[in-house]
Ligand binder design. Structure first.
Ligand code: PLP
Length: 288
């Protein structure tokens, strides 16, 4: 099945898309990106993702080429052309093409996005649980920008995958910040704890939804850094991202987390999250 891409206003087969070797995204990782989920052919939380894209672009001084509602319409066109039902939109915005120079002038940005199918996530409470390994956080101080410069994340992720884990958990000054491709939460009794967004944590769209749901389940939200000792004592740990939704953690370094099964509160959060997806997209949600 042909995969389609929207590139600077044109929709064409992904394999035919061409970008200059002097695109600053290629030479300097000078750009930002977004990943937006769609269910049953309908975008989920697109305005929130596009608002974050705008903040990321402003954070590195790239003028967004399209206004958010126009961009959403263009993404819907591409999604229609793709014929896909369940998957993600990968969107990338770079500063554009110019002779290689660290100093940037003004130039038309490069904007592209394409749709890709994703396998269904496990039913609430099901699945094998993710294995986490902690690594030192060596990233920059502007992690609120969803930058395409992801080398520290990539190196950390590959280091832990080589050890049989799924996600790297970044630790800075003894505190848990976030993971290489997700946000992280711990439950200690009725308290749900996650690091505040900002220099070291991306404002995850899934994270935000979890924080909205939590009080409706009687949880007390605390946005602060988690100490390693606290994490060892946590009743439940889970990670969140657009593609994984809410994924329960089974292992933390060499230790199983409590029972080694999905905790009851994580399962309730997963159910409530899926209710939001159903309400917003009308999807019946196929699950693994
Ligand atoms: C470093 C990092 N933190 C958090 C997230 C989760 O963000 P979202 O829920 O918006 O997908 C991601 C997702 O890619 C990420 O790369």
């Amino acid at each position: 099945m042909t995969e389609w891409i929207w590139l600077n206003g044109d929709i064409l087969p992904l394999g035919d898309a061409k970008i200059s070797v002097e695109d600053r995204g290629f030479q300097f990782a000078d750009g930002v990106y977004e990943v937006i989920r769609f269910y049953d052919g309908k975008l989920f939380t697109a305005p929130e993702h596009l608002a974050r894209l705008k903040r990321s672009a402003e954070g590195i001084k790239i003028p967004p080429p399209l206004e958010s509602t126009h961009l959403e319409t263009e993404i819907e066109k591409l999604l229609g052309a793709s014929g896909l039902q369940d998957g993600m939109i990968y969107l990338q915005l770079t500063r554009g093409v110019a002779p290689r120079d660290h100093v940037y002038g003004s130039m038309p940005p490069t904007l592209l996005f394409y749709a890709r199918e994703l396998p269904p996530v496990p039913e609430p409470g099901a699945g094998p649980g993710v294995k986490l390994i902690s690594v030192e956080d060596q990233r920059w101080q502007r992690c609120w920008i969803k930058s395409i410069a992801l080398l520290p994340n990539i190196l950390a992720k590959n280091e832990v995958v080589a050890q049989g884990a799924d996600e790297a958990v970044f630790i800075e000054n003894g505190l848990v910040t976030e993971c290489s491709t997700s946000n992280i939460f711990a439950l200690l009794g009725p308290r749900l704890i996650t690091h505040p967004v900002g220099p070291k944590v991306l404002p995850g769209i899934t994270r935000e939804l979890v924080l909205e749901i939590a009080p409706t389940l009687g949880l007390i939200v605390e946005e602060r850094g988690l100490g390693l000792d606290e994490l060892r004592q946590a009743d439940e740990i889970f990670i969140t991202s657009t593609t994984r939704e809410i994924a329960w953690a089974a292992r933390w370094n060499d230790h199983p987390i409590r029972t080694g099964r999905c905790g009851p509160i994580t399962e309730k959060l997963q159910q409530a999250y899926r209710d939001k997806v159903r309400a917003a997209t009308g999807s019946a949600l196929t699950t693994a």
